[in-house]
Design a protein around this ligand. Sequence first.
Ligand SMILES: Cc1cc2nc3c(=O)[nH]c(=O)nc-3n(C[C@H](O)[C@H](O)[C@H](O)COP(=O)(O)OP(=O)(O)OC[C@H]3O[C@@H](n4cnc5c(N)ncnc54)[C@H](O)[C@@H]3O)c2cc1C
Length: 387
Amino acid sequence: MNFDLTPEQDQLRDAVRSLGRRYGHRYFVAKAKAGEHTTELWREAGQLGYLGVNIPTEYGGGGGGITDLAIVCEELAATGCPLLLLVVSPAIAATVINRHGTEEQRKRHLPGLADGSQKIVFAITEPDAGSNFHRLATVARRDGGDWVLSGRKCYISGVDEAGHVLVVARTEDSSTGKLKPALFIVPTDAVGLTFSKLDMEIVSPENQFLLYLDDVRLPADALVGESLDAGLPALFAGLNPERITVAAMGAGTGRYAIERAAEYTATRAVWGGRTIGSHQGVAHPLAHAAVQVELARLMIQKAAALYDAGRDLEAGVSANMAKYAAGEAAALAVDTAVQALGGAGMTTEYGVATLLGAVRAGRIAPVSREMILNFVAQHLLGQDKSY
Ligand SMILES: Cc1cc2nc3c(=O)[nH]c(=O)nc-3n(C[C@H](O)[C@H](O)[C@H](O)COP(=O)(O)OP(=O)(O)OC[C@H]3O[C@@H](n4cnc5c(N)ncnc54)[C@H](O)[C@@H]3O)c2cc1C
């Protein structure tokens, strides 16, 4: 068993960390509060090749794997810049298009995703389906050579920043009459596509949207893959990268919060000359959170290694566990850090309470902790399904 990163991955980690530090959490929060995006950081990360680390070199990427992209996600988050769109654009959209798109779709979309000049966001969640993807009601029907999409999506991140949205819809299987999933690459300026911003209690420069598809007409080549049979595997292809990178973001956020708190508690003294960190009531919760974050990092490493080795089924179990562990660890770390900083923990200046909303959301999205526990209970513990 080897826990060492390759020299290139070590260099990537250091380089991403120094980029993130040049921007930092103050920049991230200032952008969020001004209603702006982290355009400069995204652009620079793209130019330096960090957004395309997992995209094959022939399409302008770095030719690495999800391990590399997880490093990018974790290190940016560890500097206080947890960029959710890394999870949807390079992790989900680029993987889906690379693994299941046509050659023409790869050539058209991957170079822009690799250098960060293009973003493709991901729309699966629906108001009346939620965690139950079997209830998706967005329908794609054929009209001559075109596709026509109708439906509604919710909580879709980054629609305002993206040129395209990867929409999960259903089509009628002509042989069985049953609906089956299909993915479509839809331009965000397509006629019939509208979106409105949701007010979320998360301090983030990235926003969530309601997305309305009213008879959106698309050419035949908007369908991901050569045929409708690509739909289900394409949908599953995005799930492991999504879980691994969102977990990495959580672990990085946890590290960031614990670091802020440890710096503070090692110098703050309110009882004579003793630092507050010398009190075990302050230090132990931080140490406990650090252990949880490190455990989550191990599971992320395992999931990413399995995924990059092409062992998708095993990676699925580990990716779910990593997502669960990192979601819980990040929420614990940020909450513990806030407590350790006392009143300072609730100020914007100290930059930890600003992450409370994001880590709380990390226990719900992209897959909730309960749905992961259901998965583990059914697939690993052999329990009956209750739903
Ligand atoms: C910040 C943020 C960003 C997001 N970005 C995107 C995006 O870019 N694209 C996208 O498509 N979606 C996105 N989502 C949506 C996200 O994936 C969903 O919120 C999530 O899948 C849960 O669905 P729901 O909110 O409808 O909850 P529901 O399905 O209504 O569930 C509500 C609660 O009930 C629990 N529950 C439901 N069913 C069961 C069960 N069988 N057993 C036990 N408990 C159960 C859930 O765990 C949850 O706690 C985002 C959400 C957030 C908060």
